[in-house]
Every structure is written in C-alpha cells, then in structure tokens.
Design a protein around this ligand. Structure first.
Ligand code: DX5
Ligand code: ZN
Length: 225
C-alpha cells in the first residue's frame, strides 16, 4: 500500500468539557482522532481513565488512534482494541512483551502502532517495523502539549523512511507527534513522515478545520516518497 498523508488532531489541548463539539470541529477534514492516554507513571501527567477514554472513542465520528503513554500497555492496550479504538499505539519503552502485545491488539481487531521516545534509537525496534501498521517517532518528550519540535529527531525519521521503503508492500505509516505546526511539518514530510499528530496548532487556531487542511497542504507539498 502506498503511504499517504494523514493529519490526526490531538485533543490534549482542546476543551475537555466539550469534547463532542471539539472533535466535531475537525471531523470532516481529518483522518484519525489522536487520543492521548497518560497514567501519571510513564509520563508526569494524567488524562483519562478507561471509562472516560471509551466514552470518547464511542462519541468520536472519526476513527480513533489511542496513544497509550502508560506503564502497563501489555495488559491495557487490548482493552482499547476491544472498545472500538481503530488503532492502538503503545510505547516500546513501557512494554514487557512487544510481540505479544502487537498480536493481542491485532487479534482484538485494531491496527497496531509502536511509539518511541526521543532517546530510543531505531535499531532497538527495527525488527518490529514489519509487524506493525504505524511507527510513531515522538518529536517531543511525551507528557504535554505545546512543546517545541525536536529537530534532531528528523534524522531518525529519515532512517525509518529508508527502512520502510525497502518493504515491497504493506508499508507501515510513519507518524510524528509533538510540536507539529505550519513551521515544522514541511521538514518532517521531507524527511519521510507521512502522518502527523497536531494538538495545539489545531486547537489554538481560530479555525481548527482550516488549520488541518493547511497542514495537509504543506505536508503534501513536501512529501516525495
Ligand atoms: C504529547 C502528546 C501529543 C500532544 C501534541 O505527549 O503525545 O499528542 O498532544 O501536542 P502538540 O501538537 O501541541 O505538540
Ligand atoms: Zn500523542
């Protein structure tokens, strides 16, 4: 399958008291809703418990990718798959048994994403790339929205794209998350990312839907793979 651009808004910095409306603002123009799940252990911040997360998944008109920044993904990730998350992304650094977690998510009916923090090197996870649907390279330290894009992660993005392009088919998506904006998305697309999470850029914009479309335009103009 040929990689294509996807723009996935994160509701981390949206208004949590009016999520249905916040999600509706971007539903027509986005690919996935990016749902950040933090447990205050793997990262120093907390977002939603299971009950609230599953409520958000069911009210979203967009398919949901749950980004699990939690310390026990082996146990919890399959629950997200069973509760309607179209894709479940867990952190390599937190998993005890990556292979088992990949297959548990898949057998519960969801696509599988594997995420790495800025300090994690590609060679640590290279063997998993052919087994997943998406590789997520964090371009900030996970935990908070509104941080600056880490330019030094682009080399990793570019190496990951080289690896993925060697696959004859079933190329996983290559996503970045953190500090994505009109200023940074072009460089990331040129390096080979084809999926982009954007939180504050979208929800701080006067018109979130227009911002999603502009981000997509900039990504498309710079992506050459
Ligand atoms: C950070 C989260 C991100 C966050 C991105 O740990 O994983 O998804 O919402 O926010 P921005 O786009 O503001 O960097
Ligand atoms: Zn995220």
């Amino acid at each position: 399958m040929e990689s294509r651009i996807c723009i996935n808004p994160s509701i981390l910095n949206a208004n949590f008291n009016d999520l249905e409306n916040e999600i509706a603002k971007v539903s027509e123009v986005s690919d996935f809703l990016h749902l950040d799940i933090m447990d205050n252990i793997f990262v120093p911040n907390f977002t939603f418990d299971l009950k609230k997360a599953f409520e958000i998944i069911s009210l979203s008109k967009l398919p949901v990718d749950s980004h699990l920044m939690i310390s026990n993904p082996d146990e919890i990730a399959p629950l997200y798959a069973e509760n309607g998350s179209a894709s479940v992304t867990f952190h390599f650094e937190a998993a005890t048994d990556v292979g088992k977690t990949v297959s548990n998510i898949r057998s519960s009916g969801s696509k599988v994403g594997l995420a790495i923090k800025p300090a994690t090197q590609l060679n640590e996870i290279e063997k998993w790339i052919e087994k997943i649907d998406m590789l997520l390279i964090m371009t900030v330290e996970p935990g908070f929205g509104g941080q600056s894009f880490m330019q030094d992660q682009l080399e990793k993005v570019s190496q990951a794209r080289t690896i993925i392009e060697r696959f004859p088919k079933n190329k996983p998506n290559l996503q970045i998350d953190g500090g994505v904006s009109l200023e940074t998305i072009g460089d990331a697309a040129r390096a080979g990312a084809n999926c982009f999470v954007a939180g504050s850029a979208v929800y701080k914009a006067d018109n979130p839907a227009e911002m999603v479309s502009s981000l997509r335009k900039f990504a498309q103009a710079n992506y050459r793979f």
